[in-house]
Design a protein around this ligand. Structure first.
Ligand SMILES: Nc1ncnc2c1ncn2[C@@H]1O[C@H](COP(=O)(O)OP(=O)(O)O)[C@@H](O)[C@H]1O
Ligand SMILES: O=C(OP(=O)(O)O)[C@H](O)COP(=O)(O)O
Length: 401
């Protein structure tokens, strides 16, 4: 990649290294749920501290709108969990600016790690973080010698703690570089889309066409085949004149679906059968039907023949990008299509298999196949924007090699 990375940083001994991580992880009653994003950021933190750098970590957590939100959105439990993961002390600084933060940094020894409080606490006083207030970016930048961005999950945001710090660092004649996680995400997602080993098959699912239009459009240009499943399918069915019963349909996107079908030609692969239910519940009465969805039924999963068709489409693929479940995978009776597809992907050992998108990553983990895929992205919105071909502002701003 054409951006400077941590490995381009020479002589980190004693340097104050500001690192933006995405530790926006689920927390319930002070306990961290899925810590994948934290684990994924460890190589960068370890590299810097092992070279004698002083690691000053910044992250947001959730969206801070009121004073009351602060009680639930402190990064303190995250600092404790990070100390466990690193197996060394992590100093938590419960403020985002001022003497307490500056003193904590001044008192660091080489190899120490501190985690600064939730950057979005700065949103309470005029959206300084989310609005990329230049004074805030400049202030944070002034605390360090170099800035490392390893927060891929936040790379589609233009905030003070990523874009603002980077701009200020560069204006001060210092560098803003990519961490290992950011580099890895760009390598997998970027190569898949821009330089795929072919055949390249994209699998797009999830609930709505409206949230995936950009991705479908972009991947129709890049991929050899595009499999569409999940709730989006039935807007395409309607566009083709196939009855949809009470399935999820976006009526205002039917015309667009017609255009996409036209554009796609034989690239587009839609389900040929579906599991239909008499209500949106796991205990619904259900059956599998081919083609038209009967009145009074909604399609909640793809059927076995569709799975066979998808496997046939995927069997020789060398690059696969998967975004979005094939059905309502949260309900066990309607998780089978997603499960079968995920298990098949896990067997494609000659292919680069990439999963991106919040729910698809959750599905891959729930199904226990995440370890068997080549790359599980830590970004939901950011991976989607990347797959749409958009420029992610927090990456674009980093120093060039
Ligand atoms: N046939 C369907 N009908 C209704 N909802 C569906 C259907 N198939 C999948 N979904 C829902 O889509 C949601 C995921 O969609 P989305 O957020 O677009 O995916 P992702 O987060 O992977 O990008 C899941 O909650 C799933 O239950
Ligand atoms: O969790 C995140 O987004 P994601 O759920 O789309 O992956 C990122 O941390 C960005 O958070 P934001 O969408 O509140 O800016």
């Amino acid at each position: 990649m054409a951006k400077l990375t941590v490995e381009d940083l020479k002589d980190l001994e004693g340097k104050k290294v500001l690192i933006r991580v995405d530790f926006n992880v689920p927390i319930k009653d002070g306990v961290i749920g899925d810590d994948n994003r934290m684990v994924a950021a460890l190589p960068t933190i370890k590299y810097i501290t092992e070279k004698g750098g002083k690691a000053v970590l910044f992250s947001h957590l959730g969206r801070v709108k009121t004073e009351e939100d602060k009680a639930n959105l402190s990064l303190k439990p995250v600092a404790e969990h990070l100390a466990d993961l690193l197996n060394k002390p992590v100093t938590f600084v419960p403020v985002t600016r001022g003497a307490q933060l500056e003193d904590a940094i001044a008192n660091m020894n080489n190899g120490d790690v501190i985690l600064v409080e939730n950057t979005r606490f700065e949103d309470l006083d005029g959206k300084k973080e989310s609005g990329n207030d230049p004074e805030l970016g400049q202030y944070w930048a002034s605390l360090g010698d170099v800035f490392v961005n390893d927060a891929f999950g936040t790379a589609h945001r233009s905030h003070a703690s990523n874009v603002g710090i980077s701009e200020a660092m560069k204006a001060n004649g210092k560098d803003a570089v990519a961490g290992y996680l950011l580099e890895k995400e760009i390598k997998f997602l970027g190569d898949a889309v821009d330089n795929p080993v072919r055949p390249f098959v994209a699998i797009l699912g999830g609930s709505k066409v409206s949230s995936k239009i950009g991705v479908i459009n972009h991947l129709l240009e890049k991929a050899d085949k595009v499999i569409v499943g999940g709730g989006m399918t039935y807007t395409f069915y309607k566009a083709k004149g196939i009855a949809v019963g009470s399935s999820l349909v976006e009526d205002d996107k039917v015309e667009l679906a017609k255009e996409l079908i036209e554009k796609a030609g034989d690239k587009l692969v839609l389900p040929v059968d579906n599991v239909v239910a008499d209500k949106f519940a796991n205990d619904a009465e259900y059956k599998t039907v081919e083609g038209a969805i009967p009145d009074g039924y909604m399609a909640l999963d793809v059927g076995e023949k569709s799975v066979e068709l998808f496997k046939e489409t995927l069997k020789d693929a060398k690059t696969v990008v998967w975004n979005g479940p094939m059905g309502v995978f949260e309900m066990p009776n309607f998780a089978k299509g997603t499960l079968a597809l995920g298990e098949f992907l896990a067997t494609l050992s000659d292919a680069t298999t990439i999963v991106g998108g919040g729910d698809s990553v959750a599905a891959a983990k729930q199904l226990g196949i995440a370890d068997k895929l080549s790359h599980v992205s830590t970004g939901g919105g950011s991976s989607l924007e990347y797959l749409e071909g958009k420029t992610l502002p927090a990456i674009a701003v980093l120093s060039e090699k």
